[in-house]
Design a binder for this molecule. Structure first.
Ligand code: DGL
Length: 267
């Protein structure tokens, strides 16, 4: 890719508001970049979808971003990173950053002997977190648990109902019982639940991969000469495939959107 691409936008995507936990950190770190964010809300939740469905959603989004002539796409979605990334990664001529593979380069090198993983069903079943972390830390014990409804709970802001909190606690206990040193929030929706989770265990116990991921992207863009050289802040456009109003409501906890999202149909 030529360095003339440096002024092009970066596209982010997730099934919904979850990827904003990555996007908000990235905007703070690299405010000069022009950014696009897509929430594929018509297909939410991704976590319970089949491999074929997840690959076809990822391709449709990559094709959308290809038409926008982006310089990079950030897969701000663990489920898509675990199932679709390996299949589509060589089919596009822009950079592709998958949250799991990129952040595990750092997480795998932390001095940790036991780790809990809370993630969607598709992410847990893929075994990609274990595979990527064990490349660096062979003897680590990893205790994984699928949180079937957490992404939906976040999208509907149901974590503040008694039923929502009860479900969150029941899932959390499934990894807490192993007393892991740290617990990975392996779905970008889960940092929205920190105020509930931290009622039941110390907030320092949780690892949000986005912390490492955004720094990885910055370093890689720098190495490839893809940083936008500008003194002004970059622009933002947000797209959703359904439910603009609930996306806006749920997003507020993590990020103040600069404008109302546009509805897109990816076919
Ligand atoms: N936030 C996404 C992830 O990181 C998807 C959650 C979902 O839609 O189930 O996996």
């Amino acid at each position: 890719m030529s360095t003339s691409m440096a002024n092009n936008s970066i596209g982010f995507f997730d099934s919904g508001v979850g990827g904003l936990t990555v996007y908000s950190k990235f905007r703070k770190l690299m405010p000069q970049e022009n950014c696009l964010y897509l929430g594929d809300t018509v297909h939410m939740p991704y976590g319970n979808k089949t491999r074929e469905e997840l690959i076809s959603y990822a391709r449709a989004i990559m094709d959308f971003y290809q038409k926008k002539e982006v310089k990079a796409v950030v897969i701000a979605c663990n489920t898509s990173s675990s199932v679709a990334y390996d299949v589509i990664k060589d089919d596009y001529d822009f950079e592709i950053y998958p949250i799991i593979q990129n952040s595990c380069e750092v997480i795998g090198q932390l001095p940790i002997k036991s780790l809990g993983l809370l993630a969607t069903k598709a992410t847990v079943e893929s075994g990609v977190y274990e595979r990527e972390i064990k490349k660096y830390n062979k003897n680590i014990e990893i205790y994984s648990h699928s949180c079937i409804n957490w992404a939906k709970i976040v999208e509907g802001k149901e974590q503040y109902t008694q039923a929502g909190e009860d479900e969150i606690v029941a899932d959390l206990k499934n990894v807490l019982k192993y007393e892991p040193e740290k617990i990975i929030l392996g779905c970008t929706h889960y940092p929205y639940l920190m105020d509930i989770l931290s009622k039941y265990t110390a907030p320092e116990k949780f690892i949000d991969p986005a912390e490492y991921f955004v720094n990885y992207i910055k370093t890689d863009l720098e190495e490839k000469g893809l940083i936008r050289e500008a003194v002004t802040n970059g622009e933002e456009s947000v797209f959703v495939t359904a439910n603009i109003a609930s996306f806006v409501t749920a997003s507020k906890m993590f990020y103040n959107l600069e404008s109302v999202p546009s509805l897109v149909n990816l076919g």
